[in-house]
Design a protein around this ligand. Structure first.
Ligand code: ATP
Ligand code: MG
Length: 138
């Protein structure tokens, strides 16, 4: 389902805690503990996740991909996600971009979330990558 090449990861842009803090300001719920188990592992950790209908699979994939980019520093262009249908692919793309931009906005709006973060200079790069992806150039 999800292939990740941990090429040239920049690492440590924001911490996982900062990521969740930003996410919960833009979402009505926190990921539950089982979902967090799919989000937390390192980019090099293979995962095989089985879950039924409407249990939060797309939520997990969305948050895992955003965590790889924002927390682990994995370049978005080195992440390949595939689905069985075009509809599911469109839904996943839309959620990654929608959530991703809202997380970026939350981080920009509340600088305290970013306190003690080393990777602030990478911020413009990631925002630019999201924008070029949204416009279909990424
Ligand atoms: N931890 C959570 N707490 C509350 N609601 C959640 C949680 N995780 C996901 N949801 C909500 O549950 C619904 C289903 O989530 P999601 O679309 O991620 O599931 P799915 O397994 O991909 O569904 P489908 O089988 O239809 O593809 C969505 O409305 C989502 O916002
Ligand atoms: Mg789904």
């Amino acid at each position: 389902m999800l292939a990740v090449e941990p090429l040239a990861g920049t690492g440590g842009m924001i911490s996982l805690e900062q990521f969740y803090r930003a996410y919960t300001t833009v979402s009505q719920y926190e990921p539950n503990s089982e979902q967090q188990d799919t989000i937390r592992p390192a980019s090099t950790q293979p995962l095989f996740i089985v879950a039924g209908p409407s249990t939060g699979k797309t939520t997990c994939l969305t948050l895992r991909i955003l965590k790889l980019i924002l927390v682990d520093g994995v370049p978005p262009q080195s992440i390949l996600a595939t689905t069985f249908t075009k509809k599911a692919a469109a839904e996943l793309r839309s959620r990654i971009l929608g959530r991703g931009f809202r997380i970026l906005e939350a981080l920009e709006a509340d600088p305290t979330i970013l306190e003690d973060t080393n990777g602030g200079h990478l911020w413009g790069t990631v925002a630019g990558m999201f924008r070029s992806w949204r416009s279909g150039r990424g």
